[in-house]
Ligand binder design. Structure first.
Ligand SMILES: Cc1ncc(COP(=O)(O)O)c(C=O)c1O
Ligand SMILES: C[C@@H](O)[C@H](N)C(=O)O
Length: 344
């Protein structure tokens, strides 16, 4: 019954095997080794973007903050949902790595910006010398509330950004879960949908700690390279990041792992719908569910060993939780969780 986060999941054997294989002998450092070069090519092929530049880092926050630093100047503003991870959970890293840019927050139900709200925010900001200048738009898919932007919804936002002359960053910490849910290709959810820079997440989907920043405009790549080094995020023993990512891409393991995590969440959703008093708070887009229940049910579940993050409830006296499923969640734990909520 461990639903705290997909950051808590283990690493599949294929990835551990790849690390062991990459451990043989010596390899030149800092990403100049053959395996790192091969992985960059593998990612370009996965995204159908032969001209893209690819950079591996070890955390999603570093990926986001460094990506935004090449899109937004210190006097700029990044427009994002008010619950965006870059706003809520990165301790000011985007503001730090952009040397002071602001995050301008946009509202929208279920963690999703609407084109109208984004356009209104862009029109009402940055109009004069006295304002921070509108500089970029950031979208998360799967969102922080576990919901999903359809391709046409994503395109509607990027069209608004383009109309205002702004680039788009996609926080893809759960990119694989979104692609698996949409049944689309990586290209269709990125450059073909108007995204300029994407973080291709691996850590939540089974890797030990690797995220790939994919920059579709190579003109921005040199600055990213320098900022990654200056920020202390250029791994010297880079082959171990590359080995994880190589296994992840091999045979589309990344899609399979995400489909499994999404499948476990679908099973959990199905069971929860049958538990009296449980309310689902947002449409499930992938591997995360937000739901509420009585205080008594919450106490029973936690006493039974369920581990999950508390969330704002939908009514006084009720409790709520974020339930995150991983590639290696187990169906027995899902059933036990529902039984604990139900009370027997
Ligand atoms: C939507 C989203 N973006 C980015 C991150 C950042 O990842 P990290 O915790 O590796 O910095 C997370 C973390 O889980 C996340 O949920
Ligand atoms: C910080 C926390 O939200 C983390 N990003 C997670 O999704 O578990």
């Amino acid at each position: 019954m461990f639903f705290a986060s997909d950051n808590a999941s283990g690493v599949p054997a294929q990835v551990l095997d790849a690390l062991a294989q990459a451990n043989a002998g010596f390899a030149v450092p800092y990403g100049n080794d053959a395996l790192s070069a091969a992985v960059r090519d593998q990612i370009r092929a996965t995204f159908e973007a032969p001209g893209a530049e690819v950079f591996l880092v070890a955390t999603g926050s570093a990926a986001n903050a460094l990506a935004l630093s090449v899109l937004c100047p210190p006097f700029g503003a990044v427009f994002c949902h008010r619950l965006a991870h870059i706003e809520e959970d990165e301790c000011g890293a985007p503001e730090f790595y952009t040397n002071g840019a602001k995050l301008t927050l946009v509202d929208g139900a279920d963690g999703k910006m609407t084109p109208g709200a984004l356009d209104a925010a862009l029109r009402s900001h940055g109009g004069s010398l006295h304002n921070v200048q509108n500089a970029a738009v950031s979208v998360t898919n799967i969102t922080e509330l576990g919901t999903l932007y359809a391709l046409e919804e994503l395109r509607a936002l990027t069209d608004i950004a383009r109309a205002h002359g702004l680039p788009v960053h996609l926080d893809g910490a759960r990119f694989a879960n979104a692609v698996a849910a949409l049944g689309c290709t990586p290209a269709e959810m990125t450059w073909r949908a108007g995204v300029d820079v994407v973080t291709f997440g691996g850590t939540k989907n089974g890797l030990m700690g690797v995220e790939a920043v994919v920059i579709f405009d190579p003109a921005r790549a040199r600055e990213f390279q320098l900022r990654r080094k200056r920020g202390g995020h250029l791994f010297s023993k880079h082959r171990y990041l590359a080995a994880q990512m190589s296994a992840y891409l091999e045979g589309d393991l990344w899609r399979d792992l995400a489909a499994r995590a999404n499948g476990h969440a679908a099973a959990l959703e199905g069971v929860l719908r049958g538990v009296p008093g449980v309310r689902l708070l947002h449409p499930r887009g992938g591997n995360m569910i937000f739901a509420s229940w009585s205080a008594e049910a919450d106490a029973r579940a936690r006493a039974a060993g369920a581990v999950f993050n508390a969330h704002d409830a939908d009514a006084p006296g009720r409790m709520a939780g974020r339930l995150v499923c991983s590639w290696n969640s187990d169906l027995a734990g899902i059933a036990a969780f529902a039984d604990a909520l139900r009370g027997g």
